[in-house]
Write a protein that binds this ligand. Sequence first.
Ligand SMILES: Cc1cc2nc3c(=O)[nH]c(=O)nc-3n(C[C@H](O)[C@H](O)[C@H](O)COP(=O)(O)OP(=O)(O)OC[C@H]3O[C@@H](n4cnc5c(N)ncnc54)[C@H](O)[C@@H]3O)c2cc1C
Length: 317
Amino acid sequence: MAILVFVESADGKIKKTSLEAVAYAHAMGDKVTAIALGTIDKAELTAVGKYGASKVLTVSDERLNQGVIRAYAAVLAQAIQAESADTLVLANSSLGTPVAASVAVKIGASLASNVVGLPDTSSGFVVKQSIYTGKAFAMVEMKNQKKVIGIKKNAVELKEVGGDATVSDFTANLTDADFGTKITATEKATGDILLPEAEIVVSGGRGMKGPEHWGILEDLAKTLGAATGCSKPVSDIGWRPHHEHVGQTGVKVAPQLYIAVGISGAIQHLAGVNSSKYIVVINKDPEAPFFKAADYGIVGDAFTVVPKLTDAIKASK
Ligand SMILES: Cc1cc2nc3c(=O)[nH]c(=O)nc-3n(C[C@H](O)[C@H](O)[C@H](O)COP(=O)(O)OP(=O)(O)OC[C@H]3O[C@@H](n4cnc5c(N)ncnc54)[C@H](O)[C@@H]3O)c2cc1C
């Protein structure tokens, strides 16, 4: 069985979540070919081999520098056929998720998204899917011979398993109809480290009392190389920009470490953070619900604890 992995890039770099998709496909134990669309540096493409792809196909059509869902789906469907692949693996994202659905329709494949574990092939082909914003799992049997698997961030551990991949050009037949939509402008969130991609997030809630107190969270974030986030009321009141709002109705994050300061831990906030590897909660109320979801908790006043934590981290460096 051959597997094709669609790898996404941002600012010319392959996204970490896409490297996780390559690692996931490699762990399935089959021949893995990756495919990248648009203009990407060759060194970035060969490095995909480290995570288990033997070959990377590249389609350097400038029109593909924009993530046009229909065009991407057309290329991927053609590459699946050319590579005699029966499985497409990709990372769930605002681009990957609709592309997965479109490819599945084109090639008549079973589709599973938000997958968090390797398939169980002991009886059929069953994947574990995260549902209800991470509060439950479904075991999904994928019955068709062709399969499209969208994986959730942090579904697999990213470790190097190989050397450089070979890079080959792939030519796809695309028509004007495949480019029926066009992104006319983009607005990027500000900040050194973007929240959805961050490995560490320092997030503040209403317990921070006002925007003038965010300096201590920014110091902690800077010391850790983290992005800053916040609860919904904090962005609603205008203490922080809306793009920092984390939760069910905001950004869903999945960092290695999520530090929640003065956030109660309402279910709608937890829905956006429960894929984090480790959660640290700082709250003065020992009964705050967030402690139930925390790996580590500090009961104390944020204005005392956070500066001490920052100093201790600085001292340990
Ligand atoms: C449809 C819907 C969607 C929603 N979507 C979201 C969402 O996406 N994201 C989200 O965050 N919320 C969302 N909410 C709101 C959510 O229900 C909570 O109201 C919100 O998360 C609470 O924010 P908070 O924890 O900052 O504030 P509070 O609930 O006011 O909690 C403040 C916390 O700070 C602690 N505290 C106070 N002072 C200190 C101090 N000095 N030091 C340490 N701790 C202190 C308190 O003990 C308390 O636990 C949604 C609500 C609805 C109805």
